[in-house]
Design a protein around this ligand. Structure first.
Ligand SMILES: *Cc1c(COP(=O)(O)O)cnc(C)c1O
Length: 368
């Protein structure tokens, strides 16, 4: 093919796409598998969101509201910020993409930790920017080392708080010290995809820094605590000047209408949110207790997922679990070869995970 591909695209490693559940089941000859691999809501979608979707279906012939008027209005009341500070996205992933496309030019640097959410690096590379990754300290962002890595070409620093995959959070004092070292022209992005599960006494919340300098962008999503991952909706809260730039780059109808009505309804579904938080809290307590009995090392978490050190090649554990119909995440692609990540499920799913893991650990031990 004579077509010319820019180097930054040719060398991009695509995000590893998981196979559809049905395909995996067919391949492995299993049925009724459970998936604890993508940090989704164990209860599924908010029932109020589902109802709103049903009601709206007949209007699908129309384009969505490109300004997301009602949802931004409701969020602005909830969060106590001006509507002009809120940008909606096709998942918070789209806001990550927008921030990068808006502010990063070829050769510019984007700072992040290692390991962290893979999307920051992918999108940076896609625009010809240079992702600069800084190793973590004890499974948490090493803010001092990140601050040491600023150069005149740094445009953005991404911090997922809580961090995926470790589940750790940034404490307030560390963030205060860090902020003092961030150049005025660098955007701090706090990705708060799991903040609904975190103890906010212990960690920073981006909203508190909205209009201070350097500017802070906070990312939130309906994919996790609200159970709407399949609809793709999230948002960013940022100084309105920054939002204005993103709105120039954003596609006019980036958020579909079902996502908008569902998110609006989910925000009012307080019982669902509370039930989700309870199921996750109780599931974590149960899993930690049982895994400690199995003498497996686990990492503490402020999210609905956590890391387990399995003592064997994670991919092997993943395969063996899959054969038993339990889908988890091997952390090899994050450079954690002996770790798996699991998302908290419903009680019966957690039990099934444990039963399978016990068998797998025994099998691997026997294999030497
Ligand atoms: C799941 C997750 C998101 C959510 O992305 P959406 O596009 O909103 O589904 C964002 N950041 C991190 C770190 C995540 O783990």
């Amino acid at each position: 093919m004579g077509i010319r591909v820019p180097d930054n695209i040719a060398t991009l490693k695509p995000y590893p796409p998981g196979k559809p559940l049905e395909e995996l089941e067919r391949e492995y000859g299993i049925s009724d598998s459970i998936k604890l691999a993508s940090n989704e809501n164990p209860l599924g979608p908010s029932p109020m969101a589902l109802e709103a979707i049903h009601k709206y279906l007949k209007n699908l012939g129309r384009y969505p509201d490109g300004s997301g008027f009602y949802l931004r209005e409701r969020l602005s009341q909830r969060l106590g910020v001006d509507e002009s500070s809120i940008v909606l996205g096709n998942g918070s992933n789209e806001i990550i993409d927008l921030v990068i496309r808006t502010f990063v030019q070829p050769g510019d640097e984007v700072l992040m930790s290692e390991p962290t959410f893979l999307v920051y690096r992918l999108m940076t590379q896609a625009v010809g920017g240079r992702p600069v990754q800084v190793g973590q300290k004890s499974f948490a962002h090493d803010l001092e080392a990140i601050a040491d890595a600023f150069t005149p070409r740094t445009r953005i620093v991404f911090l997922d708080n809580p961090n995926n995959p470790s589940g750790s959070v940034i404490n307030r004092k560390d963030f205060e010290n860090f902020r003092g070292r961030v150049p005025e022209d660098v955007l701090i992005v706090l990705d708060e995809a799991y903040m609904e599960f975190a103890d906010t006494e212990q960690t920073v919340v981006g909203l508190e820094y909205l209009n201070l300098s350097p500017p802070v962008v906070s990312l939130r999503t309906f994919s996790k605590a609200y159970g709407l991952a399949g609809l793709r909706i999230g948002y960013g809260v940022m100084p309105s000047e920054v939002a204005g730039y993103l709105n120039r780059v954003r596609q006019p109808f980036n958020v579909n209408s079902l996502a908008q009505v569902a998110a609006l309804a989910a925000l009012d579904d307080e019982p669902f949110l509370q039930e989700t938080q309870k199921v996750v809290r109780e599931g974590l307590a149960f899993l930690y207790r049982e895994l400690a009995e199995m003498k497996l090392r686990t990492l503490p978490t402020q999210t609905n997922f956590f890391l387990i050190e399995v003592g064997y090649e994670a991919r092997k554990v993943y395969e063996a679990m899959l054969r038993r119909g339990v889908i988890i995440r091997a952390m090899n692609s994050y450079g954690l070869d002996n770790y798996i990540r699991i998302s908290v499920g419903r009680p019966e799913e957690n039990q099934r995970f444990l039963n399978a893991l016990k068998e797998v650990m025994k099998e691997l031990k026997e294999d030497g």
